[in-house]
Write a protein that binds this ligand. Sequence first.
Ligand code: MLT
Length: 270
Amino acid sequence: MPQLSFQGQKLFFSTTGTGPALLFLHGFCEDSRMWDAFVAHFQKKYQVVRVDLPGFGQSEPLSGTTIREMAGAVRAVVKELKLPPFVLAGHSMGGYIALAYAQAWPADIRAMAMIHSHPYEDDAEKKENRLKSADFVMRHGSDRYVAQMIPGLFAPDFAEKNRSIIKQLIAQASLYPPEGIADALRAMYQRPDRSEVLRRASFPVLFLIGTEDQAIPAELSKQQTILPPSASIHYLEGVGHMGMFEASEETIEILEEFLRDLGLEGIERD
Ligand code: MLT
């Protein structure tokens, strides 16, 4: 995987395929491997870029980082690749970073996909839990933290039938340094409301919402859908917070249709 240095820390990314550019941002305690099925599908027609956000996958943590700074890390990749305006897709925390990116560099964005994400600040209870979790992960380690956190991201029925997927994600996330997980928790704790970015969006926005999402309830997600001037809204029935795994084909199809409707379809290559 190629890497660059961002604020003195290693930042890993990858690019594959050619055509209109798509950039994927993973969520909290995930890494760029979560997009494997998306890359396999979209690389036939698109340039697909993905980043291991600081502290996750192979990328090193950025001490005391913020969501805005993580957007800056993404920008460093965009500059390194000399990427033309692109479609930015973010899952959950990746969506928070996508909004911070669009706020700072709106001209880079052709369209955005908010996948199980939203623009709002944490409420008081969530903020308190972030700090407790940061403390827990630093005291007990990444493995104990992610083992209790990751299963709850999936709809119970899916989790019951797909234990191996969850086991694999836990095994991957157990290797992230606790500092990086705690940094991301504190970054989310501090992040401001970015509703205005959606309200003023000059680009179309796709929303993917899981009806059984416990991490970001569908009711909260729904509120944002009226904000952008141009929105495409999809509810994934019976899906939790992880549509990329729980409804992989449907999620890919929805994104593909969104891109086609925007006239952003690339030419298929073998
Ligand atoms: C994520 O999946 O990135 C997290 O659930 C986001 C959050 O905790 O707000």
